[in-house]
Design a protein around this ligand. Sequence first.
Ligand SMILES: NC(=O)c1ccc[n+]([C@@H]2O[C@H](COP(=O)([O-])OP(=O)(O)OC[C@H]3O[C@@H](n4cnc5c(N)ncnc54)[C@H](O)[C@@H]3O)[C@@H](O)[C@H]2O)c1
Length: 321
Amino acid sequence: MKIGIIGTGGFAKMHARILADLEGIEVTAFCGTSIEKAEKEAKNWSNAIGYTKVEEMLDKQRLDAVYICVPPMAHGDIEYALIERSIPFFVEKPLGIQKEPFEMARKVGEKGLITSVGYHWRYKDITAKAASLLREHKVGMALGYWMGDMPMVPWWRDVHQSGGQFLEQTTHIVDLLRFLCGDVQEVYAAYSSQIMQNKVEGTSVSDVGSVTMKLKSGAIATISNTCILPASNKAGLELYTDQGIIELHNDRIREIKANQTREYKEQLNPYITENSIFLHAVKTGDSSNILSSYQDAAQTHQVTFAANQSAASGKPVFIAN
Ligand SMILES: NC(=O)c1ccc[n+]([C@@H]2O[C@H](COP(=O)([O-])OP(=O)(O)OC[C@H]3O[C@@H](n4cnc5c(N)ncnc54)[C@H](O)[C@@H]3O)[C@@H](O)[C@H]2O)c1
């Protein structure tokens, strides 16, 4: 299958490296904001060409699928061009910054297009383990967090380009919460800027925040984040049940009960799994193993978008699902 990649940054490279090891897959096009960067990536493949315009790439090549690995502010026209031509796509989270993903989700649904979103926590084997434990446990509440340093790509610190930490980064934990505990009904957020605006020029994202959520199930969740730390510290989700605590971290899960604790380590690379499953769906037309479709990811975006609205207004935001 012939694949095009839009974006030439860190995560476009990560997906390209995985695609290089998959049988029957050839990346034939890279599209970037500069021809130098697009051609540099294309050189790693025997038949790939660099472009700076998505429409030109799609006019000149018959692609089986496209990967979209661009920053949050760059979404919109790319997806519309692919939907228009009925080309399946894999898109990195988040889907956008404002309301545009909701309209795109409607159009993707109308076309019945195969899509997959890079919410890779869903593909971890420790997440599957958590899901199986939850068949016997009822979640009363959840505590999630993404405590780390500030990614230094310039768009990230600009709230108009990234949407801020909760929407851009902590969205992984919000999506994991939705995946394991169901939909969110109401959101109340408090954000603040404590340190980074004085430390890194051009910073307009908040650097600390907490979001309280009421879930449809009745469970209560709080997810907090900060980007003030000198290094990445911890990201994860803790689920509090009548049997004890299930703690999910990046590379392990702990099941804590009254008199015993069990730990399981992540065994697989979820990025390889999500890529293989997406490409299998494109090849066979069977998308049943895709765990994060565009439409589902749009519901996660609804929660992070609502959190940003709540932080701005100081009022809770109700989500109609
Ligand atoms: N799933 C994950 O674990 C994970 C990890 C890192 C990044 N990401 C996501 O991947 C996306 C990209 O992040 P990154 O780290 O690669 O960023 P980056 O800054 O390294 O690269 C972004 C690339 O997009 C290109 N670009 C910008 N606007 C474009 C446009 N309109 N058309 C084509 N190319 C355009 C830039 O030139 C750059 O090459 C972000 O949304 C980020 O959240 C996901």
